[in-house]
Ligand binder design. Structure first.
Ligand code: NCD
Ligand code: ZN
Length: 356
């Protein structure tokens, strides 16, 4: 990465170059929604781990392959973007299915959603022991397990669900499969950051731009902001600071995963709004802002372009992107099939711009 200076606020017009980043946690949906949002990530990233929580969920290699073809058709013919497919783990996922997934060359990870934890997770895991043959096979083949790390017990406070997941679930999985690669997805707490840092090199974590930039006040002060509601939910400021420290530390266990999760406007602005923020339209710009605010731009490339590839055992991208310090106003909405999706910071300013 080349930067003119690492002062906390770079002058307008400054440019930085980065190895092209990858998004290690992305929702692109299907159908018209997919066509609408896929170009945003393809413009920024070399690759993205594609989440499997469609309806119905992507539970077999065959479904992953069909979804892969649909994504390829949503890309410009000359696009070099590579979707990295995932399987949605269920109680019934077999070791044979895992072997099949690896043999396909399309599937790069398997996603564990505790049943009921988040959007489209009803078919998720209710009894992790039933998944042990699949996990055993993944450990042998080096296929990473991606974990939505929240317990679903209604008695547990929503702000404590990630911490409880570590104690009640994650520790046991790691104990039983010490050489299974595990990505603790979209971590939101100091507890999770500490846990990952203190775990073996088989354990990594993604961190979203929105959890680096916002805390729960941004969702709840001055009126409820449905577009700032996501899962895991935004936490208090001390946790945001711990995430900033982890992301900007240079520690290779932490890497970019936007969790960009588009929903049609009406599904967010309603009495029971869906979880998820749409950030893919300016993912790298938002991360750059978070790193600049922390006076840590020298670690941006590691976090966005190198650490994730290393964790997955893939080469880093061979080309570069350029970002310019240039303010622009985010549109109120972007087209989303017959509908629209409201982006993060709609109508507000973003301070960096990917060029061209
Ligand atoms: C995601 C979605 O909408 O698919 N929502 C979210 O709030 N992040 C699901 C998820 O990653 O939990
Ligand atoms: Zn997600």
């Amino acid at each position: 990465m080349s930067i003119a200076s690492n002062k906390s606020s770079m002058p307008s017009g400054s440019e930085i170059q980065l190895i092209r980043p990858d998004d290690w946690h992305l929702h692109v949906r299907a159908g018209a929604g997919l066509k609408a949002v896929m170009p945003f990530t393809a413009r920024q990233c070399g690759r993205a781990i594609i989440m499997p929580n469609l309806t119905p969920p992507v539970i077999t290699t065959e479904l992953a392959s069909t979804y892969y073809q649909e994504i390829m058709q949503a890309l410009e013919p000359q696009s070099a973007f590579q979707p990295l497919m995932t399987l949605y783990l269920t109680n019934n996922t077999t070791a044979e299915e895992i072997q099949h997934a690896v043999d396909s060359g399309l599937v790069y990870a398997v996603k564990l959603y505790p049943a009921g934890a988040t959007t489209n997770s009803d078919a998720g895991v209710t009894d992790i022991k039933q998944c042990y043959p699949a996990l055993e096979k993944m450990q042998t083949l080096g296929l990473p397990l991606l974990v939505h790390g929240e317990v679903t017990d209604p008695a547990i406070d929503i702000f404590d669900r990630e911490k409880q997941f570590i104690e009640q679930r994650l520790t046991g999985i790691i104990h039983d499969f010490p050489e299974l690669k595990v990505v603790f997805e979209h971590i939101t707490t100091r507890d999770a950051a500490d846990f990952v840092r203190e775990s073996s090199d088989y354990i990594g974590a993604t961190i979203t731009a929105h959890h680096l930039l916002m805390n729960r006040n941004d969702m709840l002060v001055g009126g409820i902001k449905p577009h700032h509601y996501c899962l895991p939910v935004l936490k208090r400021e001390t946790h945001r600071q711990a995430l900033i420290a982890a992301a900007t530390s240079g520690n290779s266990k932490f890497f970019m995963g936007t969790d960009s999760a588009p929903h049609a406007r009406g599904k967010k602005e309603t009495t029971c709004g869906c979880a998820g923020m749409f950030t893919a339209f300016a993912a790298i710009e938002l991360y750059t802002e978070a790193f600049e605010n922390a006076d840590a731009l020298e670690h941006l490339e590691n976090f966005c372009s190198i650490h994730g590839a290393e964790f997955y055992g893939l080469p880093v991208n061979s080309d570069q992107i350029t970002l310019r310090k240039e303010s622009w106003t985010v549109p109120q909405s972007y087209p989303y099939g017959d509908d629209v999706v409201v982006p993060l910071r709609a109508g507000q300013t973003i301070y960096w711009k990917l060029i061209p």
